[in-house]
Design a protein around this ligand. Structure first.
Ligand code: UD1
Ligand code: MG
Length: 455
């Protein structure tokens, strides 16, 4: 169910497109459905339907993805009624709420097993404050009904077991019960939860599967709840990493917005953000305040504080034992070999640096091929863009580029060549040669400096 507006988010974005760990809520549910190996996923859209459908389009993978529209939105029962034509009779339907993103596939699998193809299985939880939720009314142990908060008597409101909004139900029974819904209740809505009383009338067993894990059934209605669930989610990821041996300076100061894979003896200092796909080899150290996206860092590399790595679609690779940062920036297509050093305020884009190459201070390498052991001086840049096209700079092995040079691409510095500091190089420098391109120094002896005039 993803048709609701989410008024309390006070956002132009439909609620189910708000992002948790940089991923729209509804895509978290889709990933869970994929893990369940569901036959198909039906998404009920309404508010912001075009945007919600666009966000999901093509994301189904092996899962058959279908959309149905609910317009206007007359309640959760009415929402599921819209899906009836596309639900196969021989299946079990798992109903999920688009704003409850963190239910685990294993929990749903257990619910499906409770349903066993013939019962109505409800996921419930005991809450200290059940205000606002549908209450699970039992007679003895047997579930009799779900009564919505607004319809509940004082006695029913004292019940602490609430319905999570998640159920597993045989499709054929669901369809029959949906046809019997009405909207004679406090909110004038078609409540999906009314099917519980129809099940009881028909002699179908209703089973409530209680969870104790509030995070898995937590719904998002406000920016505060979104932020709180983000923290819960991040905390779980931090715990899982530490369980696997990763050392985190502070599990509360880590954000993984994607997928992070770590080898053994990885150390991560505070306030690091990982996005997309990142892998860290054995013994990698990440300093404080790094943002690292779509990057593979090999064993023993050290990323010093305040480094920004964004591999984008091309990716970034950092070789074994490389040293990067502090304050370095690696952009898409940066490929650093083993033991490369990239120091402070150095930017690398779409460039390959072979083993042991060094650019330690205030430099730019864009569209460059850099050989082994090259030393690239402070303040030097590749002028890779002529205003219309981009060109490559080739710096062969053992070249020494002095400080403050401009290498105007396309240009090649042959093996072992040297470029004098302050040069603007527009022509190739052959192997072993020295290239210097700057004004000759003029020296005037006994120079008298101007003196300040008296007023
Ligand atoms: C629902 C349950 C309540 C349960 C609670 C758990 C009903 C009648 N009540 O109440 O028992 O305790 O969830 O969070 O089901 N939606 C639509 N179309 C609609 C209405 C809602 O698609 O016409 C979607 C919403 O976008 C949301 C989900 O259904 O994803 C739940 O709707 P919501 O209004 O939050 O239901 P609650 O009142 O919270
Ligand atoms: Mg709700």
């Amino acid at each position: 169910m993803a048709a609701g507006k989410g008024t309390r988010m006070k956002s132009r974005l439909p609620k189910v497109l708000q992002r948790l760990a940089h991923k729209p809520l509804v895509l978290h549910l889709l990933a869970t459905a994929q893990q369940l190996q569901a036959r198909s996923a039906v998404v009920i859209t309404g508010h912001g339907a075009d945007a919600v459908e666009a966000a999901l389009a093509g994301q189904g993978g092996a899962l058959q993805l279908e959309f149905v529209r609910q317009e206007p939105q007359l309640g959760t029962g009415h929402a599921v009624q819209q899906a009836v034509p596309v639900l196969a009779d021989d299946g079990v339907v798992v109903v999920l709420s688009g704003d409850v993103p963190l239910t685990q596939a294993s929990t749903l699998q257990a619910l499906i097993e409770v349903c066993a193809g013939k019962h109505l299985a409800l996921l419930t939880i005991d809450l200290a404050d059940p205000t606002g939720y549908g209450r699970v009314v039992r007679a003895g142990d047997a579930v009799q009904a779900i009564v919505e908060h607004k319809d509940a008597s004082a006695e029913q409101r004292a019940i602490t077991e609430i319905y999570s909004g998640i159920m597993a139900v045989p499709a054929v029974l669901l369809k029959a019960w949906l046809a019997r819904l009405d909207n004679r209740n406090a909110q004038g809505e078609y409540y999906l939860t009314d099917i519980v009383k129809f099940a009881v009338q028909d002699g179908v067993t209703v089973l409530a599967q209680k969870t104790t894990d509030a995070v898995q059934v937590a719904g998002i209605n406000s920016p505060l709840q979104l932020a709180e669930l983000e923290r819960s989610y991040q905390h779980r990821q931090a715990l899982a990493l530490m369980e696997a041996g990763v050392r985190l300076a502070d599990p509360a100061r880590l954000d993984i917005r994607g997928h992070l894979v770590c080898g053994t003896d990885v150390d991560i200092d505070v306030n690091c953000v990982f996005e997309g796909d990142v892998s860290l080899g054995d013994g990698v150290t990440i300093g404080a305040h790094c943002v690292i996206a779509n990057c593979s860092i090999a064993a023993g590399a050290v990323i010093h504080p305040f480094t920004h790595i964004d591999g984008g679609a091309q990716g970034v690779t950092v070789g074994e034992g490389a040293l990067v940062g502090p304050f370095a920036r690696l952009r898409p297509g940066a490929q650093l070999g083993a033991n490369v050093h990239i120091g402070n305020f150095v930017e690398v884009k779409n460039s390959t640096l072979a083993e042991g190459a060094k650019a330690n201070h205030l430099a730019y390498l864009g569209d460059a091929t850099v050989g082994a052991r090259v030393n690239y001086g402070a303040g030097s840049i590749t002028a890779n863009y002529d205003g219309a096209n981009k060109h490559r700079t080739v710096i062969e092995a053992d070249v020494h580029v002095g400080s403050n040079c401009v290498l105007v691409a396309p240009v090649t510095l042959g093996e072992g060549a040297t470029v004098g500091g302050g040069s603007t190089i527009t022509k190739d420098v052959p192997a072993g040669a020295l290239g210097v391109a700057r004004g000759k120094q003029v020296t005037l002896a006994n120079w008298v400096r101007p003196v300040k005039t008296q007023k």
